[in-house]
Design a protein around this ligand. Structure first.
Ligand code: 7TS
Length: 404
């Protein structure tokens, strides 16, 4: 069991007030808060070892390089990648998806198909649309049902020899659905298609095992797992990373450069052009260590309790409808109250110190499916409490009374 008071004391921001009220932070789907160890590690990097990496013979450059590569090793262990060079540092999920989509431009031919799901974040839709426009390939969509679950029977019929890549999220940011990614991966492989998993919303809750999953690519952002912004990971199977062309050209990604011909560096450097986010890369390792010290079993248990309690308490509110009622879901509750715009609730409860997200959550196709402009989304983390849920429920009741 988690000692929740001890955990909360790790996060300085959780003791601040917002608009004169104690902060209730339920926007963890957008970004997580940062524990003191992570904040300290950023300062420590700049105070003690700041230097450019992979290029200097001097001591600081060596220290910074070692710390950066040690962090890559931590991520490798965390996601169980076979090789450290299959772990690429990126600026985040969006960058990772764009890197892969861009690489597939050299593979796809007119008539080929790319499969996305009906519940993707825009960053796992738009890069593939752009790719299809460039290559003449066709984008196909795996549909979902009213509970916000992907319809696997439809997926089975969409797959064919034309399918070259299937790209789905592990967990939906707007609905909380945990998708059957192992099934999706195995079925796609039977047709020779690659699979990219957008793990942005999954890594805060589960420890992915990329070898057990057998996915070809797995992407996520550091800022959603207690790490800094501007750093993320693209895991790619070695064979795929060798096959894809570099995304950006520049320093560090080359072996030899002449005006006639340039040869590229080995993995992972081939995909890491320019000075990277050194501090971010190092501190992402600190964040992953922190998450593991809390323990993913503990995290899941706490979040499941919050999900069950939050669902029950919210459903007490008259006219409240939850979007995303999948059998297997994570601690995200998207909802609306009849006759009230989500933005109005969000604005009023912000005045009471409560942070939720309102709007389409960068998943407009989901909102179109449910024929709504958006939702109010409360996304819980392991450092949240039932008492905070009570505060939110009372605040929503007050807001609803004011608005009806
Ligand atoms: N994919 C999913 C499933 C996401 O939830 C997000 C961010 C992204 C990709 C993009 O991540 P980025 O770090 O590159 O921006 N989701 C959200 C959200 O739900 N609210 O704010 C950002």
């Amino acid at each position: 069991m988690l000692d929740i008071h001890k955990i909360r004391a790790d996060f300085p921001i959780l003791s601040r007030k917002v608009n004169g009220k104690p902060l209730v932070y339920f926007d963890n789907g957008a970004t997580s808060q940062k524990p003191q160890v992570v904040i300290d590690a950023i300062s420590k990097y700049y105070e003690e070892i700041n230097a450019n990496i992979h290029r200097g013979v001097h001591t600081l450059s060596q220290l910074a390089t070692d710390a950066y590569e040690a962090s890559r090793g931590k991520i490798q262990n965390h996601i169980n990648a076979k090789f450290a060079h299959e772990v690429l540092f990126t600026s985040g999920t969006t960058f990772g998806i764009n890197l892969v989509a861009n690489g597939f431009a050299s593979i796809l031919k007119p008539g080929d198909e790319v499969l996305v799901s009906a519940m993707e974040h825009h960053s796992n839709i738009v890069p593939w649309q752009m790719l299809c426009e460039r290559t003449g390939a066709t984008l196909k969509v795996i549909p979902m049902n009213d509970n916000g679950e992907l319809i696997m029977a439809e997926y089975d019929t969409l797959l064919s020899d034309k399918t070259k890549i299937v790209t789905v999220n592990h967990i939906s940011n707007a609905l909380g659905t945990v998708n059957p990614i192992k099934y999706i991966i195995d079925k796609a492989h039977a047709f020779g298609a690659a699979v990219l998993i957008d793990g942005a919303q999954a890594v805060p809750h589960v420890k992915p095992d990329v070898q057990a999953l057998d996915c070809d690519f797995y992407v996520f952002s550091g800022h959603k797992i207690c790490g800094p912004t501007g750093i993320g990971v693209l895991y790619g199977k070695e064979s795929w990373l060798n096959k894809l062309p570099p995304y950006q050209g520049g320093g560090e990604m080359i072996k030899d450069v002449s005006f006639e011909k340039t040869t590229y560096a080995e993995l992972p450097h081939k995909f890491e052009a320019g000075t990277p986010n050194v501090a971010g890369g190092i501190v992402l390792g600190t964040a992953v260590d922190y998450m593991n010290s809390v323990g993913f079993d503990n995290i899941q248990q706490q979040e499941l309790e919050l999900l069950e309690y939050g669902t029950r308490r919210l459903l007490e509110i008259e006219g409240l409808k939850i979007y995303g009622t999948a059998a297997i879901k994570t601690s995200v509750i998207s909802f609306n109250i009849e006759g009230i715009h989500p933005y109005d609730i969000g604005t009023i409860i912000d005045k009471l110190g409560i942070a939720v997200r309102t709007g389409h959550h960068c998943a407009q196709p989901i909102m179109s499916y449910f024929k709504i402009p958006g939702t109010i989304r409360a996304s819980f983390s392991f450092y949240n409490t039932k008492e905070e849920i009570d505060i939110m429920v009372e605040a929503i009741k007050r807001a609803t009374a004011m608005l009806s």
